[in-house]
Design a protein around this ligand. Structure first.
Ligand code: UGA
Length: 456
């Protein structure tokens, strides 16, 4: 089976490397000259655990090759996957399909025999039908069937998500397209992975509905966490108790500073637009978008409240900047509004992130200082704010933290620190969805340091 993947970005590269691992001959086409050169030189332009090794192994076996143009790279392919970006269109939140249609046109012009065109990119319902019409228009001489095969890859665990997914969704209206995709995923079907075959429109909608549902779960648990703070309930206990109900499920019930990344914010907005235009508006999804935006914007306010209303002149250590751990992706990360507000309120920010600093720099105020370790960031900090739950942060030792800090406020937006140990070490600890510590006020510390004390 010969496969071409158009787009060597996150989805294209992971999918290409994994399809090669399934045993197929794959060409990944990347038209950006710098990215293409990097790939050819064995440099992977994104941080994704295990990806560099997988790409290398498949290149060495000859099953994965890179090309820099569609022309000459898709002829003879049994399937051509489109894995190009579908960013939010400025102004209206719709998915911008410019790259999809321009890549599809190039593919149509370059083909020398019939094939199937598969969208991996997240595309609005109806895009597959539009692509079918376009292919018929451009190449009436060929039979180009269109299919939808949405990806469900989480950054940071994308390879596992591709190789051991909960399901593979294939949307196709032609039997030939269905048969080829079934053959491609046969190695997964053999392992017992469900292959769910649907119509084109259903597959396209499954992707948006799944992402929006997960986003809704997060927005919901975040609201319940706020309620916990007001009522004395503990979100860890509540979330676990809810998740034990198999109808609800335990995953995606962790509270935090709001969801970010390249998918949930974009896909919830796009689904809201699709639903409005289809005449079936989704007030739930619209509310998820609004609630999450408001949450991200309000998180810095919590830090201020815990610090008695002001962070002016304070040194704040921010641990974790990326939208989630195990990625260098800063898109729509909650850290962005948090850091901007802290700086605007007169704090000096010392930030540390294991992978995201290069991506963070252009998005954060220029006076943010980037530490090269968590230890360096927290040294002499008045306030420590954990924004992204990188594994190394949960190993932070409470007494060492207390000793290194100048002040004593620790704000944990991911509930991963050992609150008991931090409190025992004399620190004021705030975690999401637990009773708020009383607002702190500044006192003169006997050893000549400014400390914040909780007001009883
Ligand atoms: C998401 C989906 O999980 C994938 O299935 C989907 O394929 C992908 O989007 C996509 O459309 O390409 P991703 O954005 O990589 O994957 O990351 P998630 O692990 O889903 O996290 C998204 C955001 O939700 C992060 O900001 C994370 O911190 C937040 N989150 C997640 C929570 O706040 N609580 C949770 O319980 C889970």
């Amino acid at each position: 089976m010969r496969i071409a993947v158009v787009g060597g970005g996150y989805v294209g590269l992971v999918s290409g490397a994994c399809l090669a691992t399934l045993g197929w001959d794959v060409t990944v086409i990347e038209s950006n000259a710098d990215r293409y050169r990097a790939l050819c030189e064995g440099r992977i332009p994104i941080y994704e655990p295990g990806l560099a090794e997988l790409v290398l192994a498949n290149r060495e076996s000859g099953r994965l090759v890179f090309a820099d143009r569609i022309h000459g790279s898709v002829s003879g392919a049994d399937a051509v996957f489109l894995a190009v970006g579908t960013p939010s269109r400025r102004g209206d939140g719709h998915a911008d399909l410019t790259y999809v249609f321009s890549a599809a046109d190039d593919v149509a012009h370059a083909l020398t025999s019939s094939t199937i065109l598969v969208t991996k990119s997240t595309v609005p319902v109806g895009t597959g039908r539009r692509l079918e019409r376009r292919m018929r228009e451009l190449r009436p001489d060929l039979a180009i069937a269109v299919a939808s095969n949405p990806e469900f890859l989480r950054e940071g665990s994308a390879i596992g998500d591709f190789m051991q997914p909960d399901r593979v969704v294939i949307g196709a209206s032609s039997t030939s397209a269905r048969a080829i995709l079934e053959q491609i995923y046969e190695p997964l079907a053999r392992k017992g992975i469900p292959i769910w075959i649907t119509g084109l429109e259903s597959a396209e909608l499954i992707k948006y509905a799944a992402n929006s549902f997960l986003a809704m779960k997060i927005a919901f648990i975040n609201e319940i966490a706020d309620l916990c703070e007001k009522t004395g309930a503990d979100i860890a206990e509540v979330s676990h108790g809810m998740g034990l109900d198999q109808r609800i499920g335990a995953r995606f019930l962790s509270p935090g500073p709001g969801f970010g990344g390249s998918c949930f914010p974009k896909d919830t907005q796009a689904l809201a637009r699709i639903a409005q235009e289809a005449g079936a508006p989704s007030r739930l999804v619209e509310t998820v978008v609004a609630v999450n935006d408001a949450r991200k914007a309000s998180m810095a306010g919590r830090i201020l409240a815990i610090c008695g209303g002001s962070v002016r002149g304070k040194k704040v250590a921010v641990l974790g900047l990326t939208f989630k751990p195990e990625t260098d992706d800063m898109r729509d990360a909650p850290s962005i509004s948090i850091v901007h507000r802290l700086v605007a309120e007169g704090a000096s920010v010392n930030a540390y992130d294991p992978e995201g600093v290069d991506q963070a720099r252009p998005l954060l105020p220029s006076n943010v200082v980037y530490a090269d370790s968590a230890t360096a960031a927290i040294s002499d900090a008045d306030i420590v704010v954990l924004v992204t739950e990188w594994k190394e942060f949960s190993a932070i030792n409470a007494s060492e933290l207390a000793a290194r800090m100048r002040g004593n406020v620790v704000v944990d937006f991911r509930n991963v620190l050992d609150g008991g140990a931090l409190k025992a070490a004399g620190l004021i600890y705030y975690a999401i969805g637990r009773t708020m510590p009383p607002a702190a006020s500044e006192v003169w510390h006997p050893f000549g340091r400014h400390r914040l004390v909780a007001l009883a």
